[in-house]
Design a protein around this ligand. Sequence first.
Ligand code: HEM
Length: 540
Amino acid sequence: MAIADLVSSLTPAHFAGLLGLLAIYTIYGAIWRLYFSPIAHIPGPRLAALTWWYEFYYDIILGGQYVYKMKDLHKEYGPIIRINPEEIHIGDPDFFPQLYGAGLRRDRWRFYTKQFCADNSVIGTVEHDLHKMRRAALNPFFSQQSVRKLQPVLEERVNALLARLHADGKSASKHPIDILYPFSAFTNDVINEYAFAKCDHLTEDPCYGKPVTDHFLTGTHYGKYVQHISILLTLLTSLPDLLSRALIPGWSSFLKMKHDIHATIAAIAATQHTARWELDVSHPTIFHALLSSKALPPREKSLVRLADEGRTIIQAGTLTSSWALTIATFHLLHKPAILARLRAELTAAIPDPTVAVPLATLENLPLLRAVVKETLRHSLGASGRSARVCPDQALVYTYTTPTPEGKKEYIIPPGVPVGMTTQHTVTNPEIYEDPEGFRPERWLGEDVERLDRYLTVFSGGARACLGIWLAQAEMTLCLARMWRVWDGKGETGGEGEAGLGGRMRLFETGERDARMAADWFIPIPWKGSKGVRVVLESKE
Ligand code: HEM
């Protein structure tokens, strides 16, 4: 019987019966969530325990605001709360090692990974052992040693960026530019060049590849929609490309990136076992590493999987680092005294700005290192929570209370997603005094070991950021080279370096343009922000 025939044969009594069944199912579900769920004993608003619409309201209707609401909920209900029907959130920075520490067996949670639309990538992998295998094949490529070896790749792109900024600063128009775009062009070029030995030279593009960055920014906003309304993605991917491109802003760039990466991998794979293997490129790529990895079985080397891996690495490696460079630039221009001290340190360490200084040397410059850390604390990279699931053991969370019992203990059964939010930790005034302030000097004091412990911006354990060393190298190298030759407009500033730099000043930009106001997986500033805008005035 066709569905149409079935529907037309239904009587009012049938409809009433169906509605009744639906009502019973809903009531049963609500009672189960509130009283019988394995996390029914966890404090929190009843509405959040009852329905996903609670989180939906803050994240989708209000736009990336649940991260702030959760902070309020912790104040009301304590350090452990239930934030939706299935997930627990812990607002106690000292619990981090127990949840995210090295050597622990942890799954990701499907609700979280959905947003990446890349189930075959490391970031989209839920299960611990599968992730471990996939990650092991990538780790050597992104180790500190490998990054240092590939310093020339980064150096070449820094040179391109400096040349481009200098040329722009010489033009008569002196239009302010949103500095996020040059930095995103740089980081996108770097991750493409580093991982695939080929890049689109966005740094040299007249608008710094603005459409690419805009597509990444738009795309990151879709993640939460996909998390909450998964059917959207199913519908979208089932449409012909022509239609989905027309319907969804940014979708066509997304498809182009997917196809380009697919083509790159296919070209590399075609040279495997031939004399051209590694010869067609200036240096081996992650795909050379993955395709020849002994740790991966053949099914893990399919083009579809490697394309997922490639795409997410580019996405993860672009806006995170460029936002960090943007934040650093804002604060250094906003606080000329810090910039002047940094420039003095750089001038001593880099006597000739045209000669490369080893990364290891730059990483040991005290103020530069402090600026990088303070920038990371402000810029975050990933702004939201990322739950972990302990699949085979209960977790125990204990905290001291001011009540006569003095101590409270919660048992979290195996399989329950539990998350923490770095944004909460790094803005905690009990850990970082004046958390809103940009104070690199805090990283130069006696307390640095303690502060380091809470700087969890790259997360931790087996699932920590793959690009930790690359991101820090990009920041260190780019900031060192740039501020060696560019100057701010402060009273204690210098003159800028002839031929490479000049003066940079902020244009109608305030602190809130450089501060997260919403969590769309990456931090997004207030809605009316026009970005961190600067005017460049080249020395000659
Ligand atoms: C300031 C820069 C960056 C920050 C703050 C940052 C932060 C993070 C964080 C917090 C995670 C963990 C997410 C989770 O817990 O689920 C992560 C994962 C990841 N990041 Fe980064 N990231 C940065 C730059 C980069 C770069 C340059 C790359 C390029 C390789 C990269 C690639 C990745 C990948 C592939 C993952 C997934 C790792 C896995 O699941 O095993 N990130 N990042």
